[in-house]
Design a protein around this ligand. Structure first.
Ligand code: DGL
Length: 267
C-alpha cells in the first residue's frame, strides 16, 4: 500500500465514550478511512476541569496523534472546543475540527428563534455556543443549561436507574420552562441519554449535532483532497487513559467496538 497523506488516519478525542457519537456519523460518510479514537477516561469529566488542565491533557493527546501520523483530528468534545480550541488550533501540522464552532454555524442558519443548549458546566460557562451563534445570527435566543451529572451517568452506564431518570427529567423540566423550539445536545455524551429524554419529550425536540458535524468534516476533507477512497483495509484503533473494560461496556449501547481497547499513559 502506498503511503500518501490520504491514507493517514483521522484522530478523534473526547473525555470518554461521548465522541463515539461523532465517530459513528463520520464512519457512515467516510467508510474507507482509518480511525484512531482516544478517550481520556482518567480525566473524565472534562466539564469540571479548568482551562489549564484541559490544555495540559489536550497537549498529550495531540502529540499522540502527531506520533500516529494523523492527517486530521476531530475534537469530538464540546468542552475542549469551547475552552481551548482557539489556543491550540494552529500549533499542529494537521487540521483540527472543533464541534462547537462547526455546529454553531449550521444552527445559526436555521430559522429557529428559541434554542436550548444542554452542555457541560465548562461549555456553558464559556458562552461559546451563544457567542458563535451570535456571530452569524443575532436574533436567535439561546438558552444554555448545564447538566452536571449527565456525563457520569453515561460513563457509568446507569442511565436506566430510577435515580438517573429523575435527574434527567428534572434537568429537562428546567429547560422546558424556556419553551425552546429545539434543544441541542451540546455534549457528545448526551445522545446516549436520548432513550430517557424521549420518555418525557418528543424526539424531534432534540438535536444531536453529530451528523451535521460529520457532514462538515467530510466536505472539508473532500475540498482538501484528503479523503481516502482507495482503502480496502479500513482500520479502527481505540485507546483510553484508564479502565478499557469499562469504556467498552459503556460504549456498547452506541457503538460496537470489535477490537481491543488499549490503555495508554502519557506520563
Ligand atoms: N463529551 C464531552 C463534551 O462534549 C466532555 C464531557 C465531560 O467529560 O464533561 O463536552
Amino acid at each position: 500500500m502506498s503511503i500518501s497523506r490520504n491514507n493517514m488516519p483521522i484522530g478523534f478525542f473526547d473525555s470518554g465514550v461521548g465522541g463515539l457519537t461523532v465517530l459513528k456519523e463520520v464512519k457512515k460518510l467516510m467508510p474507507n478511512e482509518n480511525f484512531i479514537y482516544f478517550g481520556d477516561t482518567l480525566h473524565v469529566p472534562y466539564g469540571e476541569k479548568t482551562k489549564e488542565q484541559l490544555l495540559d491533557y489536550s497537549k498529550d493527546i495531540l502529540n499522540f496523534f502527531h506520533e500516529k501520523k494523523c492527517k486530521a483530528v476531530v475534537m469530538a468534545c464540546n468542552t475542549t472546543s469551547s475552552t481551548i480550541y482557539e489556543d491550540i488550533k494552529d500549533k499542529y501540522y494537521f487540521k483540527i475540527y472543533p464541534i462547537v464552532q462547526t455546529v454553531a454555524k449550521v444552527l445559526a442558519k436555521t430559522s429557529l428563534q428559541r434554542l436550548g443548549i444542554f452542555a457541560t458546566p465548562a461549555t456553558i460557562n464559556s458562552g461559546a455556543y451563544q457567542n458563535e451563534i451570535a456571530k452569524y445570527n443575532s436574533n436567535m435566543k439561546v438558552y444554555g443549561q448545564h447538566c452536571p451529572d449527565w456525563v457520569k451517568i453515561v460513563e457509568n452506564n446507569t442511565s436506566q436507574n430510577a435515580e438517573s431518570i429523575e435527574i434527567i427529567k428534572n434537568d429537562l423540566n428546567i429547560m422546558l420552562r424556556n419553551n425552546p423550539q429545539k434543544i441541542v445536545l451540546g455534549c457528545t455524551h448526551y445522545p446516549f441519554l436520548l432513550p430517557v429524554l424521549t420518555k418525557f419529550a418528543p424526539k424531534e425536540l432534540f438535536i444531536d449535532p453529530a451528523a451535521n458535524f460529520a457532514h462538515a468534516i467530510n466536505t472539508d476533507l473532500t475540498m482538501s483532497a484528503l479523503i481516502n477512497d482507495n482503502n480496502s483495509e479500513h482500520t479502527e484503533e481505540f485507546y483510553v487513559s484508564s479502565d478499557p473494560e469499562k469504556f467498552k461496556n459503556s460504549a456498547k449501547m452506541f457503538y460496537e467496538i470489535n477490537s481491543e481497547v488499549k490503555e495508554i499513559c502519557f506520563n
